[in-house]
Design a protein around this ligand. Structure first.
Ligand code: G1P
Length: 290
């Protein structure tokens, strides 16, 4: 799976993870382990599977564990080598070989739009992916690769969406859209976290985007919006009003792993799918017979 046009992904990871306190008081939310891998590794693997080899992590204070995770760990590798744990050694090496990682610090917590703006000098004049680490998407074709395929066809910004329940719309960016083919919509407007009464649809932005570099100039002029933060949704709204923008309904099962219940659901489902643990875990769950 690859696309020559999108070669870089931005993963915003500077947030404070308040929905997951106290676990995230001193360790990054992105490092919470889903079965045996930190959340951010699932995102990096999704990007790598889609052929993206440059990953820009928007980092912040208290997030150094992320850099260490994707770095080489000589001591650990030496220990594994000496004790003949070759499979583990291979797995550990694979992590640091996933992509070329760059880290930029977001110094002030000014919102997702501001976080994306921090990557401007590393993106240059090319389309790029944005992948939010809270959303883990289990899909046959990686979610970001689905968007890249649409981008290659339409050469316009593409937003990954899925339908959510009406009582959940206030947790998401919600689009106004016109059907444009199977699973595809043209976006005419967006609103960040509307109340159910104000939501124009139930199509929610679910943390995967292909954006074009014009977004940076727009973000620079976007005033703080919802929660006094510079919202990416507001910048996309400006762009959608003047040029074509599309939404693609991502095929796959999505977990909001930044939320405690969503994380538990993901843990159970990924645990059941795990080749080493799945069967034993299923037996255990049956025996609980809740
Ligand atoms: C962000 C975006 C929102 C999007 C959501 C998806 O919100 O601002 O538009 O729907 O991610 O997870 P956050 O969850 O960071 O508050």
């Amino acid at each position: 799976m690859s696309s020559l046009s999108v070669m870089k992904a931005v993963i915003p990871a500077a947030g404070q993870g308040t929905r997951f306190l106290p676990a995230t008081k001193s360790s990054p939310k992105e490092m919470l382990p889903l079965v045996d891998k930190p959340l951010i590794q699932y995102i990096a693997e999704e990007a790598a599977l889609a052929g993206i080899r440059n990953i820009i992590v928007i980092s912040g204070r208290g997030k150094r564990a992320i850099e260490d995770h994707f770095d080489i760990s000589y001591e650990l590798e030496e220990t594994l080598k000496q004790s003949g744990k070759d499979a583990l050694l291979k797995e550990i090496r694979r992590i640091s070989d996933l992509a070329r990682f760059c880290y930029v610090r977001q110094r002030h917590m000014r919102g997702l739009g501001d976080a994306i703006l921090c990557a401007q000098h590393l993106i240059g004049d090319e389309p790029f992916a944005v992948m939010l680490g809270d959303e883990i998407i289990d899909a046959g074709v990686p979610a970001i690769a689905q968007l890249m395929e649409v981008y290659d066809r339409l050469r316009a910004p593409i937003i990954g969406v899925q339908e959510v329940a009406l009582d959940e719309v206030s947790q998401y960016g919600i689009i106004t859209a016109k059907p444009a083919g199977d699973g595809l919509f043209q976006v005419t407007d967006l609103v960040e976290k509307p109340s159910p009464a104000d939501a124009p649809s139930r199509l929610a932005v679910i943390g995967r985007y292909i954006l074009t570099p014009e977004v940076f100039a727009v973000l620079e002029k976007t005033p703080p919006g919802k929660n006094q933060e510079v919202q990416l949704t507001d910048a996309l709204r400006t762009i959608a009003k003047r040029a074509p923008m599309y939404a693609w309904v991502i095929k796959g099962k999505r977990f909001d792993a930044g939320d405690k219940l969503g994380f538990l659901k993901a843990t159970v489902e990924f645990g059941l799918k795990n080749p080493e643990l799945g069967e034993r875990f299923a037996r255990y769950l049956k025996q609980l017979s809740i």
